[in-house]
Design a protein around this ligand. Sequence first.
Ligand SMILES: O=C1O[C@H](COP(=O)(O)O)[C@@H](O)[C@H](O)[C@H]1O
Length: 280
Amino acid sequence: MEREISALYEPKRNNEIRIFESSDEMSTNLAEYISQVSEISVKERGYFAIALSGGPLVSFFGKLCEAPYNKTLDWSKWYIFWSDERAVAKNHAESNYKLTKEGFLSKVPILNGHVYSINDNATVEDAATDYEFVIRQLVKVRTIGVSESNDCPKFDLILLGMGSDGHVASLFPNHPALELKDDWVTYITDSPQPPPERITFTLPVINSASNIAIVVTGDDKSEAVHVATSDNNADGPDTPSSLPARMVEPTDGKLVWFLDKAAASSMEAEKGAFEQHHEY
Ligand SMILES: O=C1O[C@H](COP(=O)(O)O)[C@@H](O)[C@H](O)[C@H]1O
């Protein structure tokens, strides 16, 4: 039976998808994107509040640490946060802070006092409560903006990675943390991937950002990219509407996907079939 291809791949509205041939191209484009967002934020608000993630994301920050950006960006206005962290010491191989410190913070002149890492010396519950408290203070003084629709923090940019299961930050498929509406930062103790204890932004905070970028590489993630970027509403075991990456939908901001060819392959194949189907 012929498949109804048009029902299978419709790119989601308001998603921009950028696909790159090489990691060098991706790093160059990401540097330009981050630099533009930071310049606009500093011009409009006087600050640039950016939240980072773990995984391979920071390995694409090379160009951002080089000329011209290392000279032209107003690093003194940058404020650094994390969308999630693992409950490990800051010098542990699985620490998202350590990745960021080594791959980015140690290479650019961001002020130490502007780096808001998540407490690695408390229980995950206390670390999540503390982090939310700190963010609330910074929202009050508008170092971080505020969303007019729900009073959530409005980060200028949240940079996310995505796991092959479609998780973003430490929000995993079918986890109750996905349902939280009032918390800004929460914790989990049952991550399906090690380490089990983590602290994470909630979806309302992610979706309130002015800009969100999801950076994904590798063909093991191509199916999740396909499902997350498709506008197809079909529910079923293989197209979970609860795929966390699919639930990233800025309320009043913009989402850009940065993909390498491998990560884009399932989506591209479906799109190709869709376009071919409509030629006849
Ligand atoms: O566990 C995490 O996973 C995601 C994706 O990383 P990856 O290594 O599976 O590509 C990451 O964005 C998140 O910050 C991290 O804690």
